[in-house]
Unconditional design. Structure first.
Lengths: 156, 189
């Protein structure tokens, strides 16, 4: 790296520092059930009054009351309610090619969840588009057991 | 069982998923500042340099380019050569827990060293050539430099503080009489 500063050429040197923390966390009865569902290719929401929350929460966001573990299967397809396009993914992004981060309201759910959409091109992304999950073959009980969502009715 | 990224790989099956592995990794990349570049060059010559604030006279090692107390900019004109010997002002004996990334297996010392005049404080220094139980505040020490061909300052950046082990391995006792606590008690932290 070089930088021209007040007519002088100065050699600049960069250093990299990496901080790493491995965490093991207990999931609890609600997220545990959600992740167990994902491993089994099912997406579970939780009933909160007459609404279904996906991803499920332990507490009703409206009242703060603890929710009963009353799970309901939703999706797997859903509707994009909002999105942004990632033009240059980093290696930490879920996909190694340009993709959309979207809020997706799954069929049967009243709330939207964030996930990646492999649409191929920004031109294919739009609010209201229908998407369906692409499951990994080997699932571990994590949110990325869904590799991403893809436009319904045709691969990207 | 974990994969190379530390992620659990054994939750497939019929058991409920109750745990989650999360491997947090943050990478910082920044350009080494001019004062730290000069500090690195000095280390390669087995020398310690610092900057001294003209107002409050505090000595900053490594040099940081400014005095945060007086908000004064510091540059080469404020740079001073430090002694590579001094006194242990305080220390901790660390009994290593084998957490992720821990390389030490036996109890070790991290000491704060007040360098001889014109001063300067190096923290978290290893104390070599003496049993851990014999380290004490007031003990006179001198720098143990890595041999010339083995010195490495490539990893020293703006955030390194006094982590200098690639060039300055630590400090060892000189054998001189201990200094009384009053000689450095206002410099302990």
């Amino acid at each position: 790296m070089q930088c021209v500063l007040l007519g002088a050429v100065t050699e600049l040197r960069a250093t990299t520092h990496t901080i790493e923390f491995p965490y093991t966390r207990t999931l609890g009865p609600v997220i545990g059930s959600f992740f167990t569902g994902l491993r089994d290719r099912r997406i579970l929401g939780i009933r909160a009054g007459d609404r279904v929350l996906v991803p499920p929460l332990e507490y009703d966001p409206e009242t703060g009351d603890a929710l009963k573990p009353d799970f309901v299967e939703v999706g797997p397809a859903g509707t994009v309610t909002s999105w942004s396009w990632v033009t240059k993914p980093t290696r930490k992004h879920p996909l190694d090619r340009p993709f959309g981060f979207a809020l997706i309201r799954l069929d049967g759910a009243d709330t939207a969840m964030v996930h990646a959409v492999d649409a191929g091109s920004i031109d294919r992304m739009q609010t209201g588009m229908r998407v369906t999950p692409r499951w990994r073959d080997e699932r571990k009980g994590r949110i990325d057991d869904i590799e991403c969502f893809v436009p319904e009715g045709g691969a990207a | 069982m974990t994969d190379t990224a530390g992620n659990a790989t054994t939750t497939s099956g019929d058991e409920p998923v109750t745990m989650m592995e999360y491997f947090m990794q943050l990478e910082y990349s920044d350009v080494v500042s001019a004062p730290v570049m000069r500090f690195r060059d000095a280390l390669m010559d087995a020398r310690l340099i610092a900057q001294q604030c003209p107002k409050c006279k505090l000595v900053y090692v490594p040099p940081k380019g400014y005095c945060p107390i007086d908000t004064v900019e510091l540059d080469e004109r404020n740079e001073i050569q430090l002694a590579d010997r001094g006194v242990v002002t305080n220390y901790t004996v660390v009994t290593p827990v084998q957490y992720y990334g821990q390389k030490e297996t036996e109890p070790f010392v991290r000491a704060s060293i007040l360098l001889d005049p014109p001063g300067g404080m190096l923290i978290l220094q290893d104390v070599l050539d003496i049993p851990v139980a014999e380290v004490r505040a007031g003990m006179r020490v001198e720098a143990v430099w890595a041999p010339k061909g083995e010195r490495d300052v490539d990893e020293i950046g703006n955030r390194s503080g006094s982590a200098l082990e690639g060039s300055l391995r630590g400090f060892r006792p000189t054998g001189e009489p201990d200094m009384p606590a009053e000689a450095f008690s206002d410099k302990v932290w």
